[in-house]
Design a protein around this ligand. Sequence first.
Ligand SMILES: [Zn+2]
Length: 227
Amino acid sequence: MPRLSGRGGMADASSTTTVPCGGTGRVRTAYRCRAYPTPEQAVMLSRTFGCVRVVWNRTLAARHARWHAERRSTSYAETDRALTEMKKQPDLAFLGEVSSVPLQQTLRHQHTAMTAFFQKRALLTYKTHRDGRTLAMVDRWYPSSKTCSACGHLLAMLPLGTRHWACPGCGTRHDRDVNAAQNIAVAAGLVETQNACGADVRHEGQPSVRSAVNQEPQPARVGIPRL
Ligand SMILES: [Zn+2]
C-alpha cells in the first residue's frame, strides 16, 4: 500500500481496486483513503468536529423552535445567516476559529435531510389520503408499544421480540402492534379511548407535539384506518 505523502501530513495513501464490469469494457474503481494527521492537525480536527456538532445541534433546535412557534420551515439561507450570528456571540466565538467550509457543509447536509423528511411526509400524506386513511404522527419517543391502550399503564420495558403481553394494571391482553396502533390513534387525536368503566381516558404523558413519525418500524404507525 503506497504512501503518497511523506511529510506525515493529512493525505496519505490507500488502496485502489479495479473491477471489470462484464462485457461492457467499463471498469469501476474504488479508492480508500486514510489520514495520518500530526498532533497539531489532530487537535484542529477535533475542534472542527466539535464545532460541527454545535452548529448541527443549534441549527436543528432553531428549526424545531420555529416550526413549533410559527409552523414554518427554515431555509438554507436562513441557517447560513444564523451561523454568521452565532459566530458573533461571545460564548460561540470559537466557531470562527475553524474553517467555515465544514460548518457550511453541515448546514447543507441538515437542509438536505430535512427536505427529504418533509418530501417523505408529503408522499405519505398523499398516499394515506388517496387510500381513505389518515396519517398519524406522534413524537418519536412516545412509548406507544409499552403503554396499555386500555388503562394507560406504562411498562418499564418491552423487549422487541415480545409480540403479546398482559397489562399488570388491568389484565388486558395485548397484541403488540394493535395496542401500539390504538395508542397512536389516540395520541394523534383520531379517536378517544375508554377505560374499563367506560369513562374517557387521556393517557398521562400523552404527547402534545406531533413532530415525527414514531420510532418503531411498525406498519400501524401510518395509514391508521378511521376507527
Ligand atoms: Zn391496562
